[in-house]
Design a protein around this ligand. Structure first.
Ligand SMILES: NC(=O)c1ccc[n+]([C@@H]2O[C@H](COP(=O)([O-])OP(=O)(O)OC[C@H]3O[C@@H](n4cnc5c(N)ncnc54)[C@H](OP(=O)(O)O)[C@@H]3O)[C@@H](O)[C@H]2O)c1
Length: 245
């Protein structure tokens, strides 16, 4: 199977930085690209860099704004070929930290889990059609095995993994292909000051796009391939390694 990434209408969340921006750089010239971001100034700068894109300002933690956002998107294009749920936040503190803020739990859950599910539901009519279309979740190795910090982030990614698998069953008899890409550490704002041997956002984007073109259902990128294998044959070792990640 092959999914061409040319002349498509693509909705991408969180295209203003990191992996999302690298995806935008690759996709903008051959496709109609709709980018959703929360910062007006970053969206303006992105539009200057990639003039052909259309930008939509929305805070994905505000789930009530998602229905009007979806209406705006469908008004621009009644057909959508590809939805990429990429935006996410990661709060690193532990629950035992003195400065742990309880309100981050709702925010992180809304951006990382609720908003991707809602965008799928709201945009489904625009994705269903005669030609092939696709939904891609940008996921993480932490969906497979959690680390000690960022417990809510790990849980939202684990939830996204299960949601994506169930959605794949639901949409098996439609034109929509349901995919996810499991990322290793990538050098972005999210991982600033942590980890080594990170992938660049450009390389990460290349691997993600290759996975879409080849319709790889669960695209394990870089070290995630090893993590999934280790977790199958020796789960205690995988747990031990990832605890300190
Ligand atoms: N970097 C890694 O090592 C790594 C590893 C595994 C998985 N991932 C996943 O890869 C994806 C991209 O992450 P990244 O590393 O590229 O992070 P990033 O550089 O921090 O980019 C995150 C994007 O999401 C947007 N965003 C965050 N909160 C939002 C909100 N409330 N409403 C709208 N947009 C919002 C950000 O907007 P602003 O520009 O305004 O902040 C930004 O465009 C995420 O799903 C992440 O979980 C990353």
């Amino acid at each position: 199977m092959a999914f061409s990434l040319r002349h498509k209408t693509i909705v991408l969340t969180g295209g203003t930085s990191g992996i999302g921006k690298a995806l935008a750089a690759r996709l903008h010239s051959n496709n109609q690209l709709f980018i959703i971001g929360r910062s007006a100034s970053k969206l303006k700068a992105l539009k200057q860099e990639f003039p052909g894109i259309t930008v939509f300002e929305a805070d994905l933690s505000d789930t009530e704004s998602l229905a009007p956002l979806a209406e705006q998107l469908v008004r621009q294009s009644p057909h959508i070929d590809l939805l990429i749920n990429n935006a996410a936040v990661q709060y690193t503190p532990q629950f035992t930290d003195k400065d742990f803020r309880v309100e981050t739990i709702a925010d992180e859950t809304a951006v990382n889990f609720t908003s991707p599910c809602m965008l799928v539901a709201l945009l489904l009519p625009a994705l269903v059609k005669d030609a092939p279309s696709a939904i891609l979740s940008i996921n993480s190795g932490l969906a497979l095995v959690p680390k000690r910090t960022s417990a809510v982030y790990c849980a939202t990614k684990g939830g996204l993994n299960i949601f994506t698998q169930a959605l794949r069953h639901q949409l098996a008899d439609t034109n929509i292909c349901v995919l996810q890409a499991f990322m290793p550490l990538v050098d972005t704002t999210m991982t600033e000051g942590r980890g080594t041997a990170k992938l660049t956002p450009t390389v990460a984007a290349e691997r993600i796009l290759r996975g879409i073109e080849q319709e790889v259902p669960d695209n394990d990128i870089g070290k995630v391939k090893f993590l999934r294998f280790l977790n199958r044959i020796w789960p205690r070792a995988a747990t031990h390694i990832m605890k300190k990640a």
